[in-house]
Structures are given as structure tokens and as C-alpha cells.
Write a protein that binds this ligand. Structure first.
Ligand code: HEM
Length: 187
């Protein structure tokens, strides 16, 4: 039988690795919009790693939530996992985690159904990723036992730096491969 100490450590560890995977997914998701090869990967490689990182983050979040529900310390109910801000333990910060999970479910389901939904609907819903990532980050920073440690602060800063850099790149006029051609075509 797995001890409570081990469950608690697993719950925290899977939360941290889920945040890192979510960051990788977010950065590569932003970079796929360029249409260019990036970070030494061909353009379809960027998309494949983005999809893989999203799947890994989903599996880690599932493990994070399951271990923390089984663990007696946080006293989470199944309802707290789906409906945000109703729990007694750190209700605001844990509620943000629940909100992040709800958004993650929407993103994963619409990604799996994207051929049925059509590209436009899929893209509009996929914008929710820009809300999911900072909500998940705030959840970890607010409720995590390790949030005040030097190594966790370093992980949070690295994640923020990566996402901010990717978004800054995305906002550059020459970000998309064919941006100039499009402008010419529109004239
Ligand atoms: C996108 C989804 C989520 C991500 C990326 C995530 C990530 C994290 C991270 C990074 C931590 C900090 C761990 C530490 O400092 O050691 C954490 C803590 C925590 N998470 Fe999540 N989480 C998510 C969803 C959820 C959900 C849905 C729940 C349950 C309702 C939840 C419950 C908790 C609890 C209770 C803690 C506190 C653990 C502690 O005190 O160290 N999380 N999470």
C-alpha cells in the first residue's frame, strides 16, 4: 500500500511536471503558427511535439488530481475536481486548478473532434489555451507547498520566460512564413 507521504509527493511532483509539459505545449503551439521549421524541428515536427506535450500534460494532470483526491491531506472531493471554488482546502488557488482542468478538458475534446467541428470553430475554442496556462501557473504558485522554494521559483520564472518569449515572437510582423505574400495579395 502506497504511504500518504508518497501520495502527497506524487501529487505535487505530477503537478510540477504537468506545468512544465503545459509550458512546452503552449510554446510549441504558439510556434506552429509560424509555418516555419523551429528549434531544429521540421514544421510538422513542431506540431507533433506540441500534440505529444499536450497528451503528456493531460496524463500528468489526471495523475495529479487522482493522487490528491486519494490523499487524505487536502481532503478533496470528486466534486472539487470538476466544479471550481467549492472546496475547503485553499478554495481560491485549488479552484483555479479546477478551472484549468475544465479548460483542458474542453481543449482536448475539441482537438480530438476538430475534423467534425471545422477548422474555424476549433481555432476559436483553442484560444482558451491562452487563459488555461496562466490560470494553471497561478494555481501552482498559490497552492503549492513548494511554491516558496528557490528551485520552484526558478521553474516558474523559466516557464514564464519561455511563454512570454514565444508570444513576443508571435507578435512580430515577420512571424508567419507567408505574412509578406499575404499583404501583397491583399493590396
Ligand atoms: C491544468 C491543471 C493543473 C496543473 C498544471 C496543476 C499544477 C500544480 C502545481 C504546479 C502545483 C504545485 C505543486 C508544488 O508546489 O509542489 C499544484 C498543487 C496542487 N494542486 Fe494542481 N494542477 C492542476 C489542476 C489541479 C486540480 C483540478 C486540482 C484538484 C481540484 C488540483 C489540486 C492541487 C492541490 C490540492 C495542490 C496543493 C499541493 C500542495 O500543497 O503542494 N490541481 N498543482
Amino acid at each position: 500500500m502506497i504511504s500518504n507521504e508518497a501520495l502527497w509527493a506524487l501529487g505535487r511532483g505530477t503537478g510540477i511536471t504537468a506545468l512544465v509539459m503545459l509550458t512546452v505545449s503552449m510554446v510549441l503551439g504558439v510556434l506552429t503558427r509560424s509555418g516555419r521549421p523551429m528549434l531544429g524541428l521540421p514544421r510538422f515536427g513542431v506540431l507533433s511535439v506540441h500534440q505529444f506535450a499536450s497528451l503528456a500534460a493531460t496524463a500528468l494532470i489526471a495523475l495529479h488530481v487522482t493522487t490528491l483526491v486519494i490523499d487524505p491531506y487536502a481532503q478533496l472531493d470528486l466534486v472539487d475536481v470538476i466544479i471550481p471554488f467549492g472546496g475547503s482546502y485553499e478554495w481560491l488557488w485549488v479552484g483555479l486548478g479546477t478551472l484549468a482542468l475544465d479548460l483542458m478538458i474542453v481543449l482536448v475534446v475539441t482537438a480530438l473532434l476538430r475534423h467534425r467541428l471545422g477548422h474555424r470553430t476549433f481555432r476559436v475554442v483553442h484560444w482558451a489555451a491562452y487563459a488555461l496556462w496562466p490560470i494553471a501557473l497561478a494555481h501552482g504558485m498559490g497552492s503549492g507547498t513548494d511554491a516558496g522554494t528557490v528551485w520552484m521559483i526558478a521553474i516558474d520564472i523559466a516557464c514564464i520566460a519561455l511563454v512570454v518569449s514565444a508570444i513576443a515572437l508571435r507578435l512580430r510582423a515577420d512571424f508567419t512564413e507567408f505574412s509578406d505574400n499575404r499583404k501583397v495579395a491583399l493590396r
